[in-house]
Structure formats: C-alpha cells, structure tokens
Design a protein around this ligand. Structure first.
Ligand code: E4P
Length: 219
C-alpha cells in the first residue's frame, strides 16, 4: 500500500520523505492557499523532492475548455505531476480527452460508487473518495471505500483507489481493511498513527533496566 502526504507544506514533506515511507503528495487549492510564495515554484520543488512519487495538483479553472488547457499546462510542469479534476459531469468529455492524451489524472471529490465506476471506465489513474467529508454529513464514508475496492476488482479496472479526506487514525485502519491502493494522510494524522504510548513506555523500561548494569560501552 502506498502512503501519500495530504499537504503542500514543503518542510513537512521534506521531513517525512527522509523516512522512506512517502510515495507521493496530494495538494489542493486549500493546501496551496496556506503556503507562502509562488505556487508554481512550490509544485516544481515538490516534484523535484519526490522524483519517483506522484504530486497531485488540482485545477482551479471552472469552464471545461479552460480546465482542459490548465490540466495540460499543469501536467507539463513535471513528469510526476498528476492533475486533479473534480468528478463533475461537465468535465467528463475533457477527462476522456485528457486520458486519451495520456495525461495522468486524479479524479477528486468522489462521493458515490457510480462516480467511481464511471471514472474508472474512462481510464483515469486515480479516483479519490472523500471519507471525512461524507462523515461530516453522517454518511458512512468507510463503506464507500470497500464498495469501490470491490468494484475495481470485479471489473478489473486499472484505476487505483486513493482514500482521501482522512481525518483520524480510525480512517487509516479502515482504508487498509478496505484494501485501498493508496491513502493520502495529513502529516499530523500520520504522526499520531505511527506513535504508540506502549512503544514509548517499553523504551523507557528497557533503558531503565539497562542503566542498572552500569555499562557505558556496549558491545
Ligand atoms: C486530497 O486529495 C483531498 O484534497 C483532501 O484529502 C481533502 O481533505 P479534507 O476533506 O479534510 O479537506
């Protein structure tokens, strides 16, 4: 399973990249709005930082023909850019055109099984169901992950399932159980998921016991 970082913060991505755990990054206009400087320069820096990872960058235009042109321009920024386009019916013709032109697409704001089926049918690289935003409306976002995972297996589509809008550790575990290909996780949630109080306590106990021996060099 791949782990992406759900942020546009260069410093945090650089820190996590050193762990060897990070396979890519998902940005969106909200993430980019929190960072200073030129967003294009930042995207290029992120692409250079993780040359073997996919960096998702979302379109900001609205009219389909402008979204198409912007998608081509974003894709040309670096080989590892994946263009995010919302799963809206206005964009289906251009999504098809971009797939035919081999532009790597991450279809974002996916909230239903049928949206996922249709985008996979068009041959996009990733579909991103938003778990947390469904749960904000008291709808079971985790079940959607399982349904999409089964659907991709059932029809043997090549599209990969990217669990997004992950808000806490329980979402991460549920996404793994649902068999998703990728989870995109905010850095704070990833840090919480990887730390455990019993690991900390165990290290303290071992250190205290070892200290009793009074050995300074080992081995
Ligand atoms: C990632 O691709 C999404 O943009 C992100 O996960 C959205 O998360 P949010 O619903 O917490 O804003």
């Amino acid at each position: 399973m791949k782990i992406f970082l759900d942020t546009a913060n260069y410093g945090l991505i650089e820190l996590w990249a050193q762990t060897g755990l990070i396979d890519g990054v998902t940005t969106n206009p909200t993430h980019l709005s929190k960072e200073s400087g030129d967003p294009v320069a930042l995207i290029k820096k992120l692409c250079a930082l993780l040359p073997n990872g996919h960096i998702s960058v979302e379109v900001t235009e609205v009219a389909p023909e402008r979204v198409y042109t912007q998608a081509k321009t974003l894709a040309a920024l670096a080989e590892n850019v994946v263009v995010k386009i919302p799963c809206h019916s206005d964009y289906f013709p251009i999504i098809k055109k971009l797939v035919d032109e081999e532009v790597q697409l991450n279809i974002t704001l996916v909230f239903s099984l049928m949206q996922g089926v249709c985008m996979s049918k068009l041959g996009v690289l990733y579909i991103s169901p938003f778990v947390g935003r469904l749960e904000d409306l008291d709808v079971d976002g985790v079940s959607l992950l399982g349904e999409l995972s089964d659907m991709l297996d059932q029809y043997d589509y090549e599209t990969e399932l990217l669990a997004a809008s992950i808000r806490h550790v329980r979402h991460i575990h549920a996404a793994i159980e649902a068999g998703v290909d990728i989870i995109t996780v905010p850095p704070t949630v990833l840090a919480t998921a990887l730390n455990h109080p019993l690991t900390d306590r165990g290290m303290e106990l071992f250190a205290a016991d070892w200290k009793k021996l009074g050995i300074h060099t080992f081995p």
